[in-house]
Design a protein around this ligand. Structure first.
Ligand code: FAD
Length: 404
């Protein structure tokens, strides 16, 4: 059996980028399909789900989708620092609930959601431009004709690879995580653990979700290190390294594994009838490899730009370019700055990490949050690079600014 459908926009991938793009496009009046290969939205969790309350509020995500965090603890082999805030500004998401909420918001705007729809091929016109996709769904081969396609397939970037516009990411992060029930949890404190024993090119983490549930994970930069994050995670949990010990008895709930691009903003993201958004566009903060808020934010921008283009009757690269212009203006320089800090962090020895934590200790909570969020406003950076009382902090921010 085979099926054919016609839409103004087909969004491939039902993650945060895809659902948000579909939502915004439908809200702006065009006919949209959202295609997800798994049995349900967020069936597999591939993320730790840390984000920021300011962004959650901006997106309208309900309060029961996250656990607020107000203390940020770091540990290195011989050092430890906790930066405490008066109000919680970070959050650990219930990933499944949040991603399903995002998809449901799209559905409420009239988006047709097709799950179990694995897209494998693209359809081109005689000029070589994309005019649809083909996949295998519950009813066999299914064809979607569409004026515009959004590739929101995440790391694999299936559509843009099939078009020949991209190859595999060269630099990326690989992360493994156990969601566990723990005996003793400080519900509003997250931990980032650095140094060779945790991860030779990356970090380990403990993120509390509420109700004594935490996510314990290890992220490893590739190709910088060949350590397998799953193996390393098992080792540090067995040894009960550092703050893991304080959690007491652990009962495993679920295992998560994922890959995140870390090639900087290397990809062009707009072509005739095609947009890339979220991880397929490489839109992640490289400092801690977080991309959910960018996926939602620029997903919405992409959906709106596509709706405007479809309504104007022109969906070529030029008509879709306002999307790329928007996200580059907002994050390009921040991501480039964060990449410089990441390059510094990836090369640190254990001793150097101990010293780096002394620098982090000097930051006020709002300075720390701007830093870790890669929210480097130029005036703030200049202030820190010029006037901070500690030389080491001035040096760190001079590096972010680009001065040696
Ligand atoms: C270990 C790890 C930890 C992370 N932790 C954080 C964090 O704490 N905070 C944060 O902000 N970010 C984090 N990230 C990054 C974050 O998960 C991504 O930036 C974000 O998920 C990107 O969203 P997306 O919608 O672009 O892609 P994804 O979330 O990957 O969604 C892509 C969707 O497309 C579907 N799909 C793929 N191929 C096809 C196909 N051919 N046909 C149909 N459907 C398809 C997939 O099943 C999936 O549902 C982490 C990443 C990893 C790997």
């Amino acid at each position: 059996m085979s099926e054919e459908h016609n839409y103004d926009l087909v969004v491939v991938g039902g993650g945060p980028a895809g659902s948000s793009a579909a939502f915004a496009a439908a809200t702006n009046g065009i006919k949209v399909a959202l295609l997800e290969k798994e049995e349900s939205i967020a069936e597999t969790v591939r993320t730790s789900g840390v984000t920021w309350i300011q962004n959650i509020k901006e997106f309208g995500i309900p309060d029961d989708c996250f656990n607020p965090i107000k203390n940020f603890s770091f540990c290195s082999p011989n050092n430890e620092v906790t930066i405490s805030d008066v109000v919680p500004r970070a959050a650990v998401l219930d990933v499944r609930k949040t991603y399903r909420w995002l998809a449901n918001e799209a559905k409420k705007q009239g988006v047709d959601i097709f799950v179990k729809m694995n897209i494998k091929n693209i359809i081109k016109n005689k000029n070589g431009d994309i005019i649809g996709v083909k996949g295998i769904g519950s009813n066999g081969e299914t064809t979607f004709h569409s004026k515009v396609v959004i590739d929101a397939t995440g790391f694999p970037s299936t559509v843009c690879k099939a078009m020949g516009f991209a190859t595999q990411w060269e630099r990326f992060g690989a992360g493994a995580e156990y969601e566990v029930k723990a005996e003793n949890v400080d519900e509003d404190t997250w931990w980032l653990m650095v140094g060779q024993e945790y991860s030779p090119a990356g970090y380990a983490w403990i993120f509390p979700l509420g109700n004594n549930i935490v996510r314990i994970g290890v992220g490893v930069g590739k190709p910088e290190s060949n350590v397998d994050p799953t193996q390393r995670l098992k080792e540090i949990m067995e040894k009960k390294l550092g703050p893991i010990k304080k959690l007491g008895e652990l009962t495993e709930i679920e295992f998560h594994y994922g890959l995140i691009p870390n090639d900087g903003l290397s990809r062009k993201t707009v072509f005739n009838n095609l947009i890339l958004v979220g991880d397929s566009a490489g839109q992640a903060n490289p400092l801690v490899l977080e991309g959910i808020r960018y996926a939602i934010k620029f997903g919405r921008v992409a959906g709106k730009v596509v709706a405007d283009a479809v309504k104007s009757g022109k969906t070529d690269e030029k008509s879709l370019y306002p999307y790329e212009e928007n996200w580059r203006k907002e994050i390009e320089s921040k991501i480039n700055s964060a990449g410089k800090v990441q390059d510094r962090w990836i090369g640190l020895t254990d001793d150097e990490w101990d010293k780096e934590l002394d620098i982090i200790k000097e930051l006020k909570s709002e300075e720390f949050i701007d830093f870790i969020k890669a929210d480097f406003g130029l005036s703030n950076m200049i202030k820190l690079a010029t006037h901070h009382p500690k030389l080491a902090v001035r040096q760190l921010f001079n590096l972010v600014k680009g001065k040696k």
